[in-house]
Design a protein around this ligand. Structure first.
Ligand code: GUN
Length: 291
């Protein structure tokens, strides 16, 4: 039987509609009050990498769609790390800004970790700061990276049971693999993180009730990896030779065996940006005490 298609596009549209109403309400109640600022996100880009420019544009557009202010900053490719950190320091102190996002990758002369560490943890809407990473690992309230949050929201909104299920995460990146594994663990799944050195990977995956594929290799997950009825979340965004965007999962054959599957595009991607908006609102509420 063909799998249920989990549409991140539709789910995102619903969440963004609710968020729009919430933001309007916040603004309606706050406007005119002394020291009130509507929710605001600062988006920093260094250089003009075309892919980064598209991501940044989409993030700013999504903010506008729900009524969150966006403040864009583009630094020259040759800007120094100190210049970037000075800008971050200013934004850390700016009361109009509740979230700060510095689009990665940064130019090679910059130390990504030092830059991430300069962002105030309470404005770190990417959830990349070691304080937020540490809090996540001990199961405390924090800002969590957007793609892992999007994966979890897809599962929960689809009504998929997680507690007690076996979950295999393929990929161990700091941005997706590790945090999504921690989120699944917090939901009481039995979690395995697999990676490029994992032996007997297909066999391991065939034991999984939920597979989260975040490898970055087009069509890596084939039908041989799938237990009939398993849920498959495809985090991959790979540009194919034919110019199309494809996931880490071979969708056509896997969808014949899986119970539910996210498509690429239209699955995890739109949810990632929606979670960025959600994180910005979350940071806004924490910083201002308004809800
Ligand atoms: N580059 C690719 N994905 C991301 C992301 O989620 N956040 C940031 N800041 N940069 C990225």
């Amino acid at each position: 039987m063909a799998a249920t298609i989990i549409s991140g596009k539709e789910m995102s549209a619903q969440i963004r509609e609710q968020m729009t109403a919430e933001v309007q309400d916040l603004i309606g109640r706050g406007q005119g009050n002394k020291g009130f600022y509507p929710p605001g996100l600062a988006v920093i880009q260094v250089g003009e990498d075309p892919a980064s420019s598209i991501y940044v544009r989409n993030k700013k557009r999504a903010c506008e769609q729900v009524g969150i202010l966006s403040f864009g900053y583009v630094l020259d490719e040759t800007a120094s790390q100190d210049e970037l950190i000075d800008l971050i320091d200013t934004l850390n102190k700016d009361p109009r800004v509740h979230g700060i996002l510095c689009q990665l990758p940064l130019p090679a002369h910059m130390d990504e970790f030092a830059v991430i560490c300069a962002i105030s943890p309470e404005k770190d809407v990417d959830g990349f700061h070691p304080v937020n990473k540490g809090l996540l690992s001990i199961g405390r309230e924090c800002l969590v990276s957007c793609t892992p949050l999007g994966c979890l929201a897809l599962l929960k909104n689809q009504g998929i049971e997680i507690a007690g299920k076996r979950c295999v995460v393929i990929g161990r990146s700091n941005i997706v693999g590790k945090p999504v594994a921690l989120l699944m663990l917090a939901e009481h799944a039995t979690v395995t993180i697999a990676h490029s050195r994992t032996q007997h990977l297909a066999e391991l995956c065939r034991e999984a009730d939920i597979i989260i594929a975040a490898i970055g290799r087009e069509g890596f997950v084939t039908k041989d990896f799938i237990k009939p009825g398993a849920v498959v979340i495809d985090v991959g965004i790979n540009r194919s030779a034919d110019g199309k965007v494809r996931g880490d999962v071979l969708f056509d054959e896997v969808s014949e065996i899986a119970g539910a599957i996210t498509p690429v595009p239209g699955g995890v991607g739109p949810m990632t940006i929606t979670m960025l908006l959600q994180n910005t609102l979350h940071a806004y509420k924490n910083i201002t005490g308004r809800s």
